[in-house]
Ligand binder design. Sequence first.
Ligand SMILES: Cc1ncc(COP(=O)(O)OP(=O)(O)O)c(N)n1
Ligand SMILES: Cc1nc(C(=O)O)sc1CCOP(=O)(O)O
Ligand SMILES: [Mg+2]
Length: 541
Amino acid sequence: MADTIFQLRSLPFFSTHHHHYACRHSRSRIMASSSTSPSLKMTHDGCPKNKIPHVLSVAGSDSGAGAGIQADMKACGAAGVYCSTVLTAVTAQNTVGVQGVHLVPEEFVALQLISVLSDMNVDVVKTGILPSIGTIRVLCEKLKEFPVRALVVDPVMVSTSGDLLASPATMSTYLEELLPMTDIVTPNLKEASAMLGDVKELQTLDDMRSAAKAIHSMGSRYVLIKGGHLKDSADAVDLFFDGERFHELHGPYIDSQNTHGTGCTLASYIAAELAKGCSMLQAVQEAKNFIGKVIVHSKYMVIGSGQQGPLDHLFHLKNHSSGMIKKRFNSDNLLLYAVTDSVMNKKWGRSIVDAVKSAIEGGATIIQLREKEAETRYFLEMAIACMEICRSRDIMLLINDRIDIALACDAHGVHIGQFDMPVMKVRNLLGPSKVIGVSCKTPEQAHQAWMDGADYIGCGGVFSTTTKENNRTIGLEGLKTVCSTSKLPVVAIGGINGSNARSVMEINDPNLKGVAVVSALFDRESILEETHHLKSLLLHS
Ligand SMILES: Cc1ncc(COP(=O)(O)OP(=O)(O)O)c(N)n1
Ligand SMILES: Cc1nc(C(=O)O)sc1CCOP(=O)(O)O
Ligand SMILES: [Mg+2]
């Protein structure tokens, strides 16, 4: 306590800087629509200063850096938002478990809160573990003294084994004093049930709806119940309630050991998006997308020997070519994508290998072996021979549909459709360094492919074709729609040839990287000449 008083006296802001915050003292909470409030000041040389979105995390430290303050900082960093921290507890933990907890005295929690809130233009406060009644009260008091735009509460109250971490008295203070100040609370199923007195285990979406209503009536303006562990559901369904309407947020349930800290990360990412000016629903959707991606990217990471590894929040900063980390796919390779066809090769009396050689000589930038008729033994022999050619010419070779052949010949990747093996299963089998392309006709399919960790999208049929039976065409309009929302590079396919390739590229969307062609190259007398001709058209369009 003596140390605390000494520090209060030694801080300069009490007498001189207090007036800066007078304008922030009326609490403006996050509304259903977006809002930003950049407060620009000038530097001494007349340049405008940028107000950086700022989240304050009031939470515990995790020495293993999977959860707690450390996860919060990384999640905010990934969202491009500044994160300051007030520690409420220090834990000794790793991937095996929690070995010890040391609570930070509430006077010192108060001092940290004053230090940050009085000086640093905090937009949004996010809470994690609040281990005592005193800590909860100190936080409520300081938030009244230094209002912020939003309060995001992650109610860390139930351990993964199901034990209640908060005493009944602490829980009451939480519900009666903190929840009415809360903009969004993000319990998982067990926490939601604990908040409601543990009278019922939440098992269905209907249970989640009733719980969300009850928690909303306790004072939180928005409620997000995370249904990650909901029984009998293949999806990870979260339920968002805004006081009037429910929104179900669906995402694939991703089977991974590296999920420690997902709750902290989700709440922090919501806080970060709010700090940037998103509406509450947008913030929740962005956070859900981020969590899905980060779990996929963290799946193969090995840190620690325990059951629950951490997430790799900053995966997008990495560009390694090591086997462990995903190789970056150069989308320029999609410019002229040559897709083989065994029926056409038979018709013209040539082997797959000769067809591939000619296409590469003519200027194809990537090859796909699409051999619907070929027997497995022959297909594998041809694929191995084609891989040798492609490796020597530094051209990628992908296999259509057949994950087994891709594995056996160590192809650069695969192309799969909506009815082939699911992307995430393929990723499990091939590992992070292989390229996965997915056929998509709609923005929803393209979004899913991105969420699942695909590398590019094949979009078509742009025009009608006899190469693929019963293929629905989407036209140039359909191609434009997919390209305009896609987060992945796109290659157009279906009926593309020398007379229409320009019109395809002229939709002029930066996501459209090239055209994939079968018959206009392989159902012709000279593959080399046709490829060469199409390549020069593409280079000059
Ligand atoms: C580049 C590219 N785009 C789309 C497809 C079509 O794949 P899919 O929908 O799986 O159909 P099949 O090719 O298997 O008949 C593709 N092969 N390549
Ligand atoms: C293999 C394939 N996939 C399509 C899709 O729409 O996803 S269209 C198609 C056939 C493309 O052959 P061609 O260039 O001869 O028209
Ligand atoms: Mg297929």
